[in-house]
Design a binder for this molecule. Sequence first.
Ligand code: ATP
Length: 474
Amino acid sequence: MNDDQWGKLRQRLLKTVGQNNYTTWIEPLEFNGLKDEVAMFHVPTNFTGNYVGQNFSDLILYEFKAAGHEVKRLLFQVARKSGEPRAARRAEPGPEPVAVAVDAAKHSGQRVMRAQPEARTADDTVTELYTAPLDPRFSFDTFVVGKPNELAHAAARRVSEGGPVTFNPLVLYGGVGLGKTHLMHAIAREMRSRNPKANILYLSAEQFMYRFVQALREKKMLDFKQMFRSVDVLMVDDVQFIAGKDSTQEEFFHTFNALVDQHKQIIISADRAPGEIKDLEERVQSRLQCGLVVDLHPTDYELRLGILQSKVQQYRNTYPGLQIADGILEFLAARISTNVRVLEGALTRLFAFASLVGREIDMELTQDCLADVLRASERKVTVEEIQRKVSEYYTIRLSDMIGPKRLRSYARPRQVAMYLCKQLTTRSLPEIGRRFGGRDHTTVMHGVRRIEELKESDSQMAEDIENLRRQLDE
Ligand SMILES: Nc1ncnc2c1ncn2[C@@H]1O[C@H](COP(=O)(O)OP(=O)(O)OP(=O)(O)O)[C@@H](O)[C@H]1O
């Protein structure tokens, strides 16, 4: 594998791990070759290697495999700073500078060898990750409410008003870019403005783990416990991050209990319902389920349009005099349905571009400027292609998949195909139903929902969907 291929592999990892994780963890990896089924990397610090090994090894190994390279181990070595001799390019762990090696055979995310905290160096400091400043853009005023998020918004508002703690914890969950962090920040800001003396701690679950690890390393566990137990409000974003990290979960559990006992408000966000977070201890799951659990649903057309209109209002201050033709926002709301982050990014780019070239934002400029975004959201694949691919994948006859048989071995692939049609084409549910032997749209909806559920709870299903998507992309 050469650097170019590694570049492509990295791009695939970006899609899976998200931009933040990518920038922090994947981008700093310097690919250093493949030897004897060992993929070698230079990493800036032991901590990076250790972290990547623990959290992303299975994904990296999977991507190597998908790219046709048999890789059994990952080896992370600390790169020397300039002026220092380069780290030896070897596959065997030596006394220095090996940080982590990960074995594919045991690759349920487990390391076979790890750097002990004591082995870390001063440059492993993670202090900068400890602060979690609130984003000034994320307030209730800028949060657009629609059907998919009205319950989450109402619960967030209610909690932010303070007063007696009624539901504890409040858990907000939902998919990528649907506004969980926005709402968390809005709650924190509102609480702070209502009660400036309140000790409100907002941090991501990742930061919670870093603090915990650092406290262990520096033998300051008492300070850690005291600090977390003295807050009035604890807000932990993206709690799914601690799943599978046993000691962190345990500490989180105790912190949680101590605060609930003192009637302190806890607010949590997650990318899925607590009961569906794989490798999250049952006792943690059940604690999270004790309060109010509310769901941010995927955006609908109206909410997307509302968000776009609100952003245009905000942009008017930055770009006074900018003209936007009728129908453009409607076009974007209909075409870009992935997540709000992408929608916002598209609009920002459009405004910047229009102001640079000094033109009105019309359809032509929109198509030019957002060609890549629109192409990415364009669903070129057809219902027929999906049906064919899915029947091949599950080795069933196309006619059985489309036909009336209800046997599980036909019904499940049929639901998978319906799900993919919903995701990858612009066909409506009734249209999809018609193409599947004239089925009713409610049957399609049921099938789509079932697969969405299974994708979360059944790793085989998640893998099947991913494989099929990939094959359909080719
Ligand atoms: N209802 C909304 N009104 C206004 N802006 C929104 C809304 N929902 C999301 N956004 C914007 O979309 C972007 C992504 O939202 P946010 O970061 O809160 O998503 P998230 O659910 O926390 O995603 P992730 O799972 O990636 O952490 C932010 O810029 C946010 O302001």
